[in-house]
Design a protein around this ligand. Structure first.
Ligand code: SF4
Ligand code: SF4
Length: 56
């Protein structure tokens, strides 16, 4: 299962650069993860200042 970014996201953009599969893009009010591209590496969760990305 893919990681999902919750509503705590402050759109800082830090996770986008860390994703090895470029699964993260800026969405409407928060960043979003393409579930089909996510390989569950956890890198996004590791850099997020507000712990918004979580494994489902
Ligand atoms: Fe990208 Fe890894 Fe986060 Fe999935 S868990 S969105 S592959 S950084
Ligand atoms: Fe949002 Fe966290 Fe990604 Fe920043 S690192 S854009 S707060 S999910």
């Amino acid at each position: 299962m893919a990681y999902i970014i919750n509503d705590d996201c402050i759109s800082c953009g830090a996770c986008e650069a860390e994703c090895p599969t470029s699964a993260i893009t800026e969405g409407d009010g928060k960043y979003v993860i393409d579930a089909d591209a996510c390989v569950e590496c956890g890198a996004c969760a590791g850099v997020c200042p507000v712990s918004a990305p979580n494994a489902e």
